[in-house]
Design a protein around this ligand. Structure first.
Ligand code: GRG
Length: 303
């Protein structure tokens, strides 16, 4: 029987090799890049992870009738920022993790300084490769979008508040206040990278502002649902599938959806968000089918 997961996997099988090839090409450096750094970049970036954000970039371009190959620089740039954030998040000063994508974390395999610099290298290289996009005006717009999503008002701000969440919980704030803070953290820490993925994909395809607006709504819902399923996988997932330590957030006193609203309500909320996401892109008609499959995958995923 074909499930939404198997049909989404068909899309992944088509797009993933293009992403892997482009990432490899973009990280083939001259001898000025030290071997150790180059090896660490390969270790954290190549042939691993679900590639959900770059796939989202490419599927959005496709849904807006653009050329998928033209959005590869944007897809790779988003994945590089994502990988940098994972490497830094795993550092002892942040989440202090020893397992990522089913492998020991970068700072354990190399060392802490190399892990910090590997993140820095991916962050800066991401902006450099965006300049491979088609026209100067597209490059400028995409650079601004990506810088905003990775910056203090989004990814970094969300991460800072996430690190401060145990302190907030220790103050025994009410459920409403905690839930509002949780939403605010995830809109910036997780949601912004999903939103920028659809925005870049749409910009490459020269989508209209109206199309960008409903795609933005789709991405907000999918991003939040992704975070809820991430929290559920932390509570109930199996490490061998998830590829990172589970049951960490609860023990670290983190703010999570299951903690605040329970497992069942979290599942229902994620499901409702995915329904709303699919409704938001109704105007795309059949062209939106692969984005609907991606949304469904986010809900059903076990890794
Ligand atoms: C260090 C600036 C900075 C930010 C860190 C990414 C992040 C912010 C924290 C990672 C911890 C976490 C669980 C975040 C929530 C969701 C998330 C980004 C999960 C990992 O994404 P996946 O599952 O990972 O798409 P793969 O490995 O498949 O790419």
């Amino acid at each position: 029987m074909q499930t939404s997961e198997t049909t989404f996997e068909t899309q992944v099988a088509l797009l993933r090799p293009q992403i892997e090839r482009a990432l490899k090409e973009y990280t083939r450096f001259s001898e000025d890049c030290p071997d150790k750094l180059s090896q660490a970049i390969d270790y954290v970036l190549l042939d691993s992870g679900k590639r959900l954000r770059p796939i989202l970039v490419l599927l959005t371009t496709q849904a807006c009738s653009g050329e998928v190959a033209e959005s590869l620089p944007a897809a790779c740039a988003v994945e590089m920022i994502h990988c940098y954030s994972l490497v830094h998040d795993d550092l002892p000063a942040m989440d202090d993790d020893d397992l990522r994508r089913g492998k020991p974390t970068c700072h354990l395999v190399f060392d802490e300084a190399t892990a910090i610099l590997t993140g820095d290298a991916l962050l800066t290289r991401a902006f450099e490769i965006l300049t491979d996009l088609d026209s100067p005006s597209l490059v400028t717009r995409c650079l601004k979008e990506l810088a905003t999503a990775a910056g203090p008002l989004a990814l970094i701000g969300g991460q800072v508040d996430d690190l401060g969440a145990p302190e907030l919980l220790a103050k025994k704030v009410g459920k409403e206040e905690a839930l509002a803070q949780l939403m605010k953290i995830h809109r910036r820490k997780t949601g912004a990278m999903f939103s920028v993925s659809v925005r870049l994909g749409a910009l490459v395809a020269k989508a209209s502002e109206a199309e960008i607006a409903f795609l933005e709504k789709y991405s907000e819902k999918v991003g939040l649902a992704f975070q809820i399923t991430d929290d559920l996988l932390d509570e109930q997932g199996e490490e061998k599938f998830v590829g990172k330590r589970t049951q960490k957030d609860a023990t670290a006193g983190k703010l999570t959806f299951p903690r605040l609203i329970g497992i069942q309500e979290s599942r229902e909320y994620a499901s409702q968000l995915i329904e709303e996401a699919c409704l938001a892109i109704m105007p795309l008609g059949e062209k939106g089918e692969n984005l609907r499959l991606l949304a469904q995958y986010v809900l059903e995923r076990n890794r």
